[in-house]
Design a protein around this ligand. Structure first.
Ligand SMILES: NC(=O)c1ccc[n+]([C@@H]2O[C@H](COP(=O)([O-])OP(=O)(O)OC[C@H]3O[C@@H](n4cnc5c(N)ncnc54)[C@H](OP(=O)(O)O)[C@@H]3O)[C@@H](O)[C@H]2O)c1
Length: 299
């Protein structure tokens, strides 16, 4: 019989998919997978431990109904790329605000929020700022709140994992600033383990904001070269100056909303090094980068 009932928002996301696949094969946890549109239901893993709910964040009653009987919510809904219909404010901040309110009203004990390395409510960068504001909503709420800040996530399901394989297969590619910034890519299965560990901490310790990065620092250029090597390909990595990319993105922004903006360029070229990695605090074993890349090859 399942003993812990959790809710997962943005359940059709890459991370949600991995979490739900695991829950579908366990008996000690059950989950309600929350999505905001009917069409997303088809994308969800199924199993006797998984039920589903469609709830829009503007609809407090639907959110509260979905959270009935839930002890912990894992909040995954969020974006890096804005669009004509979705902004950092609506996707990253307002979803969190609505969820905190619904969770508090329904007696949920704990909310686990997936944030980003670099999140800061005072950041001049719109993405980092929105994640920082959302973190503050979660950790300042009248329930236990945990934020896990993550770097680039790699797994066959993630946009970053797919882009890396595509880029490394191309023969030649251009990277922003020569790809010299340091990444600490995290295996999506390790994030899944970290989320389960956080959920199990019913009374989270004083450190409620965790920076969780992968075990190895690597430049983006180095990552592409390692991936190409594993794929048995040769890749020549060139450079586009960051200032030029931002100029182009700024000009494109005059005609469209979102996409590759100067803010996104800053995010994806930021260093992901952290002063303290939370793998020990969350008691998880990190997957070596080479094994994570191997999973991408085998997918
Ligand atoms: N992937 C990474 O490398 C990475 C790095 C750092 C942090 N994160 C964070 O980790 C979380 C999961 O990432 P992921 O890559 O697994 O996500 P993903 O696959 O890109 O899925 C995004 C999810 O957010 C939902 N969403 C988008 N706009 C929304 C809005 N305005 N209102 C409500 N829901 C909205 C989407 O629902 P629809 O399908 O209905 O649009 C989808 O369920 C996100 O919060 C992300 O910011 C990811």
């Amino acid at each position: 019989m399942p003993t812990t009932r959790i809710a997962i928002t943005g359940a059709n996301s890459a991370v949600g998919n991995v979490l739900l696949t695991e829950i579908a094969n366990t008996t000690d946890t059950s989950a309600v997978a929350i999505v905001r549109r009917e069409g997303a239901l088809e994308e969800l893993p199924t199993g006797s431990s998984v039920t589903t709910a469609v709830a829009r964040y503007e609809d407090g009653a639907a959110l509260r109904a979905a959270l009935d009987g839930v002890s912990c919510v894992v909040h995954l809904a969020g974006i890096l790329f804005e669009s004509r219909t979705t902004t950092y404010q609506s996707a990253n901040v307002e979803t969190t605000q609505a969820l905190v309110e619904a969770a508090t009203d329904t007696g949920v004990r704990h909310l686990v929020f997936i944030s980003s390395i670099g999140a800061d409510p005072a950041s001049p960068n719109g993405y980092f700022r929105s994640k920082g504001v959302a973190e503050a909503l979660v950790t300042g709420a009248d329930l236990a709140g945990t934020a896990i800040r993550t770097p680039l996530l790699l797994g066959p399901e993630t946009a970053g994992g797919r882009a890396l394989v595509r880029t490394a297969s191309q023969g030649s590619t251009k990277t922003l600033g020569g790809g010299t910034h340091t990444l600490r890519p995290l295996d999506i299965d390790d994030l899944s383990a970290a989320i389960f560990a956080a959920v199990a901490q019913d009374q989270p310790a004083d450190r409620s904001v965790h920076d969780l990065v992968g075990p190895t620092g690597v430049t983006y250029r180095g990552l592409i070269e390692q991936m190409a090597n594993l794929l048995g390909k040769d890749v020549s990595v060139g450079s586009t100056p960051i200032w030029l990319a931002k100029l182009g993105a700024g000009a494109a922004g005059l005609f469209r909303q979102g996409g590759m903006t100067p803010d996104v360029i800053d995010v994806i070229t930021s260093s992901e090094d952290v002063p303290h990695n939370a793998d020990g605090d969350l008691d998880i074993m990190l997957t070596p980068l080479a094994n994570t890349l191997q999973k991408l090859v085998q997918a």
